[in-house]
Each structure stands twice: as C-alpha cells, then as structure tokens.
Design a protein around this ligand. Structure first.
Ligand code: EPZ
Length: 417
C-alpha cells in the first residue's frame, strides 16, 4: 500500500488551482440514470470515488463513451440492470444515491446496504422511509436494500435529521414521480443546490433548493445532463488551512469564496490574513495562530468535513480551543494520531479540547478516513522532521493529486509506492 512521506517545516508559497467537487459530481452521476441519452459532465475530479461510481453505472447498463482530462460522456439509454453489487457499494456509501433514480427509471432496485465506515454507522433509514412514503415497497434482505414500485407518487416528507445524500436521493426520485413532492428540513449544501439546478436544466421542475423546503413537480422524462462541476469547497478549505498551518502565502484559484464563509471567518478570527476576490483567495499566515472554538453543523454552518483539518491547525494555536462534532458520532479518529505527534488534545464525548503546543514532531502515522488523512498531512507539513503516513488510499478517494499540488507550493512531500 502506498505511503506519503513529508519532511515538515516548509512554508507553502505560490498558487494552487482547485479541482471539481467530489460531493457534487457523485449525485450528478447518479442522476444520469434518470435520463435516456448522452450525458456530458465536465471538470470531473479524477478521484477514486468517481471511478467507483462510474463502474457502478456501467454495471447498471450505462455506456461510458469517454472519460479523459476531466470530462465524462456517458450514454444511459440502455440502462436495464437494477442491481448495485456489494463490492462496489461497500467501498463507497454515496452509491446509495442510485436507489432513487433506479426506482424512478426502472421501478426496481437492489442496492447493497452501505457498510458503516470509520466515522459512524451512517444509516440510510431516512432514504428508505422517504421512498416508502412515495409508494415504493422497500425491504432489507441479505445486506441488500430491495425496492419495487410501479410509479412513485409525490408526497410530503420531513427529514428528522438533515441528510445530504438523503435529500439528493429523494429529490431525484421525485423528479419522475407523479404529482408534487414537498421535502422539508432538507440539506442546503451547495452540492444539493447544484444537483437541483442541473436537474432543472434537464427539464425537472424543482424549487426551494438552498432553503429548508424543496418542492418538486413530477415530470415524465428528462433530457440528458450537460454540466461542468463546480470547484470543491472542502478541498479549498483544506488548502486554506495548509497555508495557515505552515505560515505560508498561498493563492487558491478556481474556488467559490462564498462556499467557504464559515471557514474564512474562523481563520480570520485565528489571526490568519485572507484576501477574497471573485474566484480566488489569498491566505497569508503571519505570526501566531490564535485558538478559536468551532462547532460543526450542516451548511451553512462549519462543515464537518473540515473539522479534522481545522483541529490540526488548533494543535499549534496559542491558547485552548474547543471543537464540537455534532454531525457524526465518531469523527475524532485523527485525534490519537495527532497526539502521537505531540498535540495536547482531550476528548469528552463529541467535544475535543485542544491546548496549543509550541510544535509537533513528525511520526509514523496511519490514515483512517478521508478527512482525517488530510488532517495528518496538514500536521505533518508543520511538524519538525519526517512523517510517514500509511493507508493513504483514503486520501485518493477525495483529493486530486494532493502531493503534486503541495510540492508545487514548496512542501517536501513524495509518495512511496
Ligand atoms: C454527505 O454524506 C457527504 N458525502 C459527507 O462527506 C459529509 O460529511 C456529510 O454529507 C455531511 O455533510 C457525500 O456527499 C458523498 P448525511 P451523507 O446523510 O449524505 C445521519 C466526505 O468526507 N443520517 O448528511 O452520507 C448520519 O448518520 C464525506 O466527503 C441518518 O441518521 O451524510 C449523520 O449522522 C464524508 N439517517 C447525519 O445524518 C439517514 O438516512 C448526516 O449524514 C441519513 C443520514
């Protein structure tokens, strides 16, 4: 298994371009199942989760005409298989987003239940409850979710927990349902808004995206999807913190600053200098980082996907910071590894109390999940000496060419095959 080796202590300086958003392209790929034709998706990040989703779509009968330099052309006119195999779904929870489109398109689905993952049980009970409310017969058998329906019916459904992929799944199912669907307490993430906008361009009738209530008027067919994926806000936040933790001076191009507001405000509170322009930001770390508190929350709150990275920064801040993880039940897998580098962190349930230390030291580290791995890379960039991070396939799931981007900014980083 590959490892990443980092010699810490180098300031990051220069310019880096963000790639397309992983969590925007995955639902859009699932949505192509709702169409019967040639879908063209541009600015697709070349990450493992996208490859997994493409393999899944091929297993369902999609023909991938082209997948090169970040452009995918896939023909969904011959989609005929409704079974999403275990070996694909088990590696990526987002595969559950084919449930809604398959029921809407074929009237049946057999999707392996996603296993839990390092950050929590991650059930899909709300996805299932919503599809059942729309008239589908949905049951669990041998680790698979089975679904059958003649025609999905528009309903009113209230999410008792805000769910990003749950909102996407039910919105996609509702697009081809009969009548109006009202979804309440929905996710307001930009990726959900993007999906709704792209579906509307293909002929759907969705309104309210970005608010607590989304309304969908069912229609009979969609045109093929054509779109370019917007920049990844979590990748952007990760590089903002990379600049701050190395006291660097980094300009991040091809990003959407307003998607990053909660992080920008927190970093400014921590005395990091941030200049915001239309589609780029300049992050200048100068002088000591001040300890600030953070509490994760669904968008537009502080994103749980940046919590681990932000904690890495706080380990070197002056003072004590308190970070609360309110979205997932077990998203502190990075804490033990950061402590092995010399960080001073105490855990109390979903709360981490971080007392800043003068410096971290490099160590042998193990990645556990996608964003925890990013946190370890950030800490290693600032640590004294060499760090070796194993199981970095977690990073490859969601970050495009991380070591190239970081070494172009002056980091001393390379991959050990
Ligand atoms: C999406 O996951 C993202 N993944 C996650 O990013 C992100 O951390 C998460 O949203 C929260 O923002 C993709 O978009 C592919 P949820 P998702 O359903 O949709 C509970 C990354 O690093 N819940 O919003 O799976 C759930 O257990 C990944 O890129 C239920 O209880 O998350 C969690 O506690 C990690 N029942 C909370 O809701 C359900 O039916 C939020 O989960 C669904 C969710």
């Amino acid at each position: 298994m590959d490892k990443i080796v980092i010699e810490g202590g180098k300031r990051l300086v220069g310019t880096v371009k963000m790639s397309g958003a992983k969590n925007a392209v995955l639902p859009v790929l699932a949505a192509t199942l709702l169409t019967e034709g040639r879908n063209v998706i541009d600015n697709v990040p070349e990450v493992r989760d996208v490859l997994t989703m493409i393999k899944l779509l091929e297993a369902l009968g999609t023909e991938v005409e082209n997948y090169s330099n970040e452009k995918i052309i896939l023909d969904t006119s011959k989609v005929n298989n409704s079974e999403a195999p275990y070996d694909l779904v088990s590696t990526m929870r987002a595969s559950c987003m084919v449930l809604g489109p398959l029921l809407a398109r074929l009237g049946k689905a057999r999707v392996s239940l996603p296993g839990g993952c390092a950050i929590g049980a991650r059930p899909i009970d709300l996805h299932i409850k919503g599809l059942q409310a729309m008239g589908a017969k949905v049951w669990l058998e041998q680790g698979y979710v089975h679904g059958e329906v003649d025609l999905l019916k528009g309903i009113s459904f209230y999410f008792d927990t805000v769910s990003v992929t749950g909102t996407a799944n039910l919105m996609m199912a509702a697009v081809l349902a009969e009548g109006e669907t009202i979804l309440e307490n929905v996710a307001k993430e930009p990726e959900v808004v993007f999906l709704a906008d792209i579906l509307n361009l293909a002929g759907a009738k969705i309104s309210g995206q970005g608010t607590d209530i989304i309304k969908i008027q069912g229609t009979t067919a969609l045109k093929p999807i054509e779109c370019a994926i917007f920049p990844d806000r979590i990748e952007t936040g990760t590089y903002m913190i990379a600049a701050a933790i190395t006291q660097g001076d980094v300009t991040i191009e091809n990003c959407i600053p307003q998607h990053l507001e909660p992080i920008t405000l927190k970093l400014q509170e921590a005395q990091v200098d941030i200049e915001v322009e239309k589609n780029k930001m300049r992050i200048i770390g100068k002088g000591p980082i001040r300890a600030v508190n953070a509490r994760t929350h669904p968008y537009p709150g502080f994103p749980t996907d940046i919590q681990a990275q932000f904690m890495a920064l706080m380990t070197l801040a002056q003072g004590q910071s308190i970070i609360m993880e309110t979205v997932f039940e077990n998203r502190f897998m990075h804490v033990a590894e950061l402590k092995r580098m010399g960080a001073n962190i105490a855990l109390d349930g979903h709360t981490a109390i971080i007392s800043g230390v003068k410096g971290l030291s490099g160590a042998q580290l193990m990645a556990t999940d996608l964003r925890a791995s990013a946190s370890l890379v950030l800490a290693a960039l600032a640590a004294k000496g060499e760090s070796v991070i194993s199981r970095i396939y977690h990073i490859d799931r969601g970050y495009v060419s991380m070591e190239e981007k970081l070494s172009n900014l002056g980091a001393q980083i390379h991959r050990l095959k």
